[in-house]
Design a protein around this ligand. Structure first.
Ligand code: LLP
Length: 421
């Protein structure tokens, strides 16, 4: 459920008309709903109630400071994958004790910074990283709390590019070698084993792969404890999917996911961490754009929008589906005809949807891409020297620009000209 509904004939974000925001900030822009963000975070809290747990929001999904602050204030921890994300989480007021650091390529500088400023745990993904972290921590006289990310060799049955738990994927250490690597970790200076980590992929629409992976994780935890390791926490990763096409997909709810987690880990006396990103912020955001032209093509009409692949890369990159709806409810009810919905960027990949049934909108009409809160703004670029688009947050009847649109001068003046020119 989200808080983007038609009211008085216009799509609203909570109590604010998206058309009114468009008139104030211009199009295109991203708009997030505080109430949806909060609701989705609470769904996970309810799902894991009764278990000692920490929900570490995956910052990569949407790293705007306003989003991080909203979630941080609700008690969220954060899962970061770079020194930049670590700094963002800290700037948003999240204490180091609630930040976990994931990723296959942490540099020693990133490790040092996190150790200096406070970290809950590093999710270590290789033996090489284990040695690097040990070296850094020991040289600082510090102790780095670690979980080893294990790769369970389970197919998450999601898009190829976001599946991470099969043995051919670059993530984690093979689960079959985990005991041996934990034994090594226990002998290295500067490290303290605290748990085990896993993340098998994103946009999972079935619980079965999670269950298969978590069952292996529970078995491994018992074996590691028998080997003498203090396994006090398990990080289960993120990945629960959202319904992108309202018509057909019905992914499992956080409550179903939580029940499965409780069944597998409930009696293990272990703290559970999860790292959801998309489910918290995906449906809490829309991208609003304007039709620049309607153009007749061969056997189809094109709707050319002022948003493009540089603003929302998911359709071009993963063939992802986003529902696209007119802001004007009367238009939304008109007879739909197949349209190709495209942006102004000079390549054919700049296509949001092909043969999508849409009412025949004219230039100036406003549309909203639903489910654009996750992996939208964060993956945007300035390709074609198109400024990064503004982000807006709505709470009740208020809205605030949480990242303004840069000026062309700001963009152009970032370049520096060598002395010989
Ligand atoms: N934890 C780790 C270690 C991850 O790598 C990810 C996502 C998450 C948590 C959060 O997963 P989520 O709950 O959001 O599914 N750009 C792609 C998605 C990439 C996901 C990468 N890792 C997209 O637009 O679909």
């Amino acid at each position: 459920m989200d808080h983007f509904l038609y009211r008085d004939g216009v799509l609203h974000a909570e109590d604010v008309s998206l058309a009114e925001i468009a008139a104030t900030v211009g199009t295109p822009f991203y708009c997030y709903s505080d109430a949806t963000l909060t609701r989705h975070f609470r769904l996970f809290q309810e799902a894991l109630a009764g278990l000692d747990h920490l929900i570490c929001y995956a910052v990569k999904a949407n790293s705007n400071q306003a989003v991080l602050r909203t979630l941080g204030a609700l008690g969220a921890g954060m899962d970061v994958v770079s020194g930049g994300e670590y700094r963002r989480a800290r700037a948003a007021g999240v204490p180091g004790a609630r930040i976990v650091f994931s990723g296959v390529g942490k540099t020693q500088a990133e490790m040092r910074h996190a150790l200096e400023h406070g970290i809950r745990q590093f999710n270590v993904e290789s033996e090489a990283e284990l040695h690097a972290l040990s070296e850094v921590a020991a040289s600082m006289g510090a102790t780095a709390p670690i979980c080893l990310r294990v790769n369970p060799d389970v197919d998450a049955k999601t898009h190829e590019k976001i599946s991470t738990g099969r043995k051919e994927d670059k993530f984690g250490v093979p689960i079959a070698r985990a005991r041996e690597i934990y034994a090594q970790a226990a002998t290295l200076p500067g490290l303290q084993v605290v748990g085990v980590d896993m993340h098998i992929g994103s946009q999972l629409t079935d619980l079965a792969p999670f269950e298969a992976a978590y069952t292996k994780l529970a078995d491994l935890t018992r074996a590691l404890r028998a080997d003498g390791h203090q396994i006090t926490r398990l990080d289960l990763g993120g990945g629960l999917g959202i319904p992108y096409a309202r018509s057909n997909e019905v992914p499992p709810l956080p409550l179903d996911y939580g029940a499965m987690v409780q069944r597998i880990f409930g009696d293990m006396e272990v703290e559970i961490e999860i790292e959801p990103g998309r489910l918290i912020v995906g449906n809490a955001g829309v991208l609003v754009a304007q039709v620049i032209y309607r153009k007749q093509g061969e056997g189809r009409d094109f709707l050319i929008l002022d948003a493009a692949m540089n603003d929302l890369i998911r359709p071009a990159m993963y063939g992802a589906h986003h529902d696209i709806v007119p802001l004007d409810q009367a238009a939304a009810g008109a007879e739909a005809l197949p349209h190709d919905i495209v942006g102004p960027v000079c390549e054919s990949g700049d296509t949001f949807a092909k043969a999508r049934p849409m009412p025949p909108l004219e230039a100036g009409a406003l549309v909203a891409f639903r489910s654009a809160g996750a992996y939208g703004a964060v993956m945007a670029s300035e390709y074609n020297t198109r400024p990064l688009i503004p982000e807006v947050m709505v709470k009740g009847d208020q809205f605030a620009v949480i990242r303004p649109r840069p000026t062309f001068d700001e963009i152009i003046n970032r370049d520096t000209i060598p002395a010989w020119l």
